[in-house]
Design a protein around this ligand. Structure first.
Ligand SMILES: [Cu+2]
Length: 221
């Protein structure tokens, strides 16, 4: 399940479920009421108009039901503010890593550089890879994302994250992968003829596997 991949994915899923649930309820009420009125008030031979129905040539009488209007407005306000607050809360969560790098050694900062057409990853000890990102599970990974040519966007679909890669800027996003495995990294911004092939792999491995991988990459032994 996507919801167990990372703390952010859990947050994302609950926001998604909130939106979907509310959409279903609102949809059911709107369509239910529409179908009811279509059937209940359809044209029938001999049925007379209600006494307060608007008549041609006269100003329609006020048929408002202030209490109902008030109740519906409050319902709408409640729904919209719940979604707005939920969305901004989620953004706040995504954009603020739970621990500060580089002071905290439990965070791993990785520089991500987009180019036409792949991704380069730079580790704190100078190791660089292209097209393959290896990270330890359960650690907080902080990505500093930029580009050296045109605009790209780093996207990891399984983890529901995406952040712009813009030349001259460092954008930050964090991830705490909880499950070992291989995941796709894509480019989310149309960036030229190679855009569709601009994919890299993210391998989430155990802490010890990561350490030995990093050591083998840095030429040590
Ligand atoms: Cu791209």
């Amino acid at each position: 399940m996507a919801s167990e991949l990372s703390p952010w994915t859990t947050q994302w899923m609950s926001l998604f479920n909130l939106f979907t649930t509310i959409a279903f309820i609102v949809g059911a009420v709107v369509f239910g009421f529409m179908i009811f009125t279509i059937l209940r008030y359809r044209y029938k031979e001999g049925r007379s108009e209600p006494s307060d129905a608007p008549q041609p040539g006269t100003v329609p009488k006020d048929r408002g039901k202030p209490l109902l209007l008030f109740a519906l407005s409050m319902t709408t306000l409640t729904i919209i503010s719940t979604l707005v607050i939920g969305t901004f809360g989620a953004f706040d969560f995504l954009l603020n890593p739970p621990i500060k790098a580089p002071e905290d050694e439990n965070a791993l900062v990785i520089e991500v550089i987009g180019f036409q057409w792949n991704w380069r990853f730079k580790y704190p000890n100078g190791v660089e890879t292209v097209g393959e990102l290896v990270v330890p599970a359960n650690k907080v990974i902080i990505f500093k994302v930029t580009s050296i040519d045109v605009k790209h966007k780093l996207g990891i679909p399984d983890f529901k994250i995406g952040v712009d890669a813009i030349p001259g800027y460092d954008n930050e996003i964090w991830l705490q992968p909880m499950k070992e495995g291989e995941y796709w990294i894509r480019c989310y911004e149309l960036c030229g003829v190679g855009h569709a092939l601009m994919a890299a792999k993210m391998k989430v491995v155990s802490e010890s596997e990561f350490e030995s991988w990093l050591e083998s990459m840095s030429g040590g032994g």
